[in-house]
Design a protein around this ligand. Sequence first.
Ligand code: SF4
Ligand code: FES
Length: 232
Amino acid sequence: METRFKIKRFNPEKDEKSYWGEYDVEVEPTDRVLDGLHLIKWYQDGTLTLRRSCGHGICGSDAMVINGVNRLACKVLIKDLGKSITVEPMRGFRVIKDLVVDMKGFFEKYRSIKPYLITDTPPPEKERLQSPEERERFDGSTKCILCGACTTACPSFWADKEYVGPAAIVQAHRFLMDSRDEGKKVRLEILGDREGVWRCRTIFNCIEACPRDIDVAGAIADVKRAILFNKS
Ligand code: SF4
Ligand code: FES
């Protein structure tokens, strides 16, 4: 089938502003949007710039706005979109070139919530044990691939770029809910800050955007409860 791709293009070295590039591509219906982008890059315009790595929904590097919705290009089948597909870079980040955005600030926020197990007590002789029920509490959050789709779908983030954002909160949730972690106090202080969880207005765009079906809003609610409980 022939599909028309409209791709938002921008090269800061020569373009004053972005423009739509249009490409007709012969694809199989079962091809993914990423396959279509590859066909354009390989056979029509080698200057088209995009990020991708695994090609299978694991690395999170090819999040982009596809037909107006944040998606992973490697997970969307062309047959589900039809003969006209628009592709834009994620919103709210500086565009480096075409579909590649600057995620430095995003990963700084991720690092700010201390995304690792913190322990003060001496290690036991063997490993720190955890029951299946305790593990279950943060199972959903472990599935986050840091693609940024939730944060860049969030109007609170668009309005305030200092907001830590849903992705960093999901990552914090992973450790806050971990029975072995002893860093809750410091993490809750960070998330209780004015740029922390209270910036969330429960708009729920994050849930729709997440390609891993993580209950992002539920994780944010858990963190809000943990802050309130901690203070009480
Ligand atoms: Fe991506 Fe979902 Fe993680 Fe947000 S919570 S960064 S949308 S995987
Ligand atoms: Fe890795 Fe799509 S290329 S998630």
